[in-house]
Structures are given as structure tokens and as C-alpha cells.
Write a protein that binds this ligand. Sequence first.
Ligand code: ACO
Length: 425
Amino acid sequence: MAKTATLKIDDQELELPVIIGSEGEKAVDVRKLRSTTGYITYDEGYGNTGSCQSEITYIDGEAGILRYRGYPIEQLAEGFSFEDVSYLVIYGELPTPEQSAEFSARLRNEAPIREGMVRFVQGFPRGAHPMAVLSSSLNALGAYHSQMASNNHERDLKHFDEAAAIAMAKVRTIAAHSYRVVRGKPLNYPRPDLDYSENFLHLMFSEPYEEYKATPEVASAINLFLLLHAEHEQNCSTSTVRMVASAGANLFASTSAGVSALWGPLHGGANQAVLEMLNTIHANGDDGSRFIEAAKDGKARLMGFGHRVYKNYDPRAKIIKGSFDKALESLGITDDPLLDIARRLEAAALSDDYFISRKLYPNVDFYSGLIMNALKIPVDMFTVMFAIGRMPGWIAQWHEVASNPKSRINRPRQVYMGPVPRDVM
Ligand code: ACO
């Protein structure tokens, strides 16, 4: 017999269905609650709210488990390319060699952006934050590919493969263009002979007088970074993508909204905030201990620590940390004051009762900020890199909403606490 939960309220007893996920996650289905009892659930911050059923990613935050389409992140991080992992996230299976070649070819073909878009990106002022450029430009892509941005899911889904390739390929080109535009540098054009990560580095760092040549270590560190960020179920930006999609919006508009959500320092902006925090600690002549005390007193926040879902080591942080020393060695970085501070902060936080009792472990942003700094990626590009990595996840989540015939517009309720009726006069 199907399991139910019983709610007793106002002398009324209500049997609520229980939904069990494929990994045993349990949810009480409250969809009939308001129409039957007049009550709604209250869950500010949505810590206990399941907003959808999804087949893409499984996370067990207590156990530190992350799987894309059933595959453990640790296995995918061992030698898979970001392109193949993106294919897995978007289409549900790892690609065959033929599918992989076809997908790569599509990404290569879609890498350049139209000249009109180039002018659009060039129109942003110097000093603009690349996340602002990225979010606006992704939305503008819909104007250049209007046949797949009709805001009619049935019609847009007919062009899904093409739209997905455009979003994946062009997010990287736009990101690199935004980096160069806001610094007044000439733009580079994508090279068809390079893979996804190498092409990104070329678009960012090649100069008219000198072609950038990525070392295998740097290209593979970028590949790992992107792959670890590819998908993470219903976080703030992904929920935003689904929210916008639920209204019928197209892929470009929905992912553009995702970029805006990701920009926030409590979410994707944390990797930038980690580096800024380390620089401030260093500039203040602190070895990290004063900052830890300030964090414990509620006067500062230890950026890169804590997570809404992980109450254990973030598995992505573990993987990045594992490859960190190797990458530093290959880059010839042995001595760095920011690294020393980071290591001290980590050691202190992992042994201090304040952090232990609150289960505040380093998250992926703590190490990714440091790695990108070592790779000479400018600080204001850190969150942009996150957005490039997260694109396959957003695409897959948009597809789940758009292709679900039972999908409804997302529209939470509220508990009104404002004035009761009163007269103006
Ligand atoms: N430094 C110091 N104290 C912290 C931190 C931190 N980084 N994070 C949480 N706490 C404390 C809170 O003050 C609170 O203490 P209290 O119980 O005494 O009031 C307790 O831990 C619980 O914290 P909440 O803010 O309720 O946790 P929540 O789940 O709402 O927030 C979040 C999670 C936003 C990630 C938070 O831990 C944080 O701000 N971390 C720093 C920013 C960061 O690294 N964000 C990246 C997240 S990963 C990602 O988006 C890819």
C-alpha cells in the first residue's frame, strides 16, 4: 500500500500522499493542502520544499554525494571531457564516440557569434562587470535566433539540439569577448582546431602579436573546473531558470536569468568573494586568525565555507583540492601568501567548534577561486567561468520543464503580514 502522512488540523484529518524518489528521498505531497484545508506551508528559503521531480542530478548533502544522471562525480572527474559530461547532463547518457564527435562539431560550428552580437557586446562600457555583459548577451541571443526563442515550448523544443549547442558554444565566446571588451582589448575569434577548454583560453588570452598556447595542465584544470560545475540540481540559479521557464520563456531568456541569480555573492559570486576576502586578510596583516574570530562573532562571513545542502565536505571541493597541488606544481607556484592564509583558514575552521557544530565545511568555491587565481583568470571572471560550466545543467533543467506536459507556472504563495483594510480618509 502506498505510504501516506496524516495531518491533523482544526479537527480535520488529512491523508497526504508520500512520494519516494529513486534514491529513497521522501516527500510529503501537499498539493491538495490548501484546497482541502485552507492552509499553505511556510518555508522561507525553501529549505524543506521540493519544487519539482527531476531525473538529472542526485545529491546527498549529509553523505557528501553528487551524481550526474546516476554517475558519481568522482568517476566523471577521472578523465572525461567537459563536452562529454555536458552531453550526459543534457541528454541523459554518455555519448557514443559518434555522438561525441557530432556534439563537438556542433559546438565548434556554433562557437562564433554574429557580427551584430559582436557589436552588441562591444557596446558595453569599459569597467562593466562581465556577468552583466553575459546575462544581457545571453538574452540577446534569443533575438538573433528567434525561431528557437518563440516563447512557445512546443515550437522551441523542435530546435532544442541547435539551441542547446548555441547556448553552450556561445556562452564561452561571449564570456571571453566580455573579458576583452571591458579591458579595451581586441576580440579573438574561436579556432575550430581547439577543444572547448583550449578554445576558451585562446579566446581570452591570445593577442594579435602572440597566440596563447595552453599547457595540458592548464587546459585540464579548466576542463575539471567546468565539469565539476556542470549541474547541481535546484540551487538558486537553477531554480531561477526553471521558474522563468515555467512561464513559457525560451532557453536564452531562462538561462540569462540564471546568470543574474548566479552573480550573487552567496551563490556563484562566492568564488570571487573568496579571493577578495583573502586579499583583504593579507592587506590587513592578519594571518587569518583575526578573521576567523570575526566570523565567529557574526561580524564577518568566511566565504567559501558552508552550504545549504552539504553538511559534509562538498565532494567537488574534495576533487578540486586533490588536483590543486598538482596544478600548482605544474605552474611552478610554490610560495603564495594567499595560499598560506587559505590553508590556515581551512585548518582553523575544520578544528573550531563554531564551524564543526554548524557543519560548515569548505565548499567548491573555496578552492576554485584559488585555482583560477593561479591560472591567472582575472577575479571578475571567476563567476563567469562558473556560468560557462553550469550551462549544460541549466539547459537540461529548462528541457525538463519545457517538455513536461504537466508543467505548471511556478507561483509560490505568501503569508501576508501588512496592514489590515483601512480607509485613506
Ligand atoms: N561563515 C561564518 N558563519 C557561517 C557561514 C560562514 N560562511 N555560513 C553559515 N554560517 C553560520 C550562520 O551565521 C548561522 O549561524 P547561527 O546558527 O549561529 O545563526 C549558521 O552558520 C547557519 O547558516 P545559514 O546562513 O542559516 O545557512 P544557509 O544554509 O542559509 O546558507 C550559505 C548557506 C549561503 C552557503 C552560507 O553558508 C554562506 O553564506 N556561505 C558563504 C558564502 C559561500 O561560500 N557561498 C557559496 C555556496 S556554494 C555555491 O553556491 C556554489
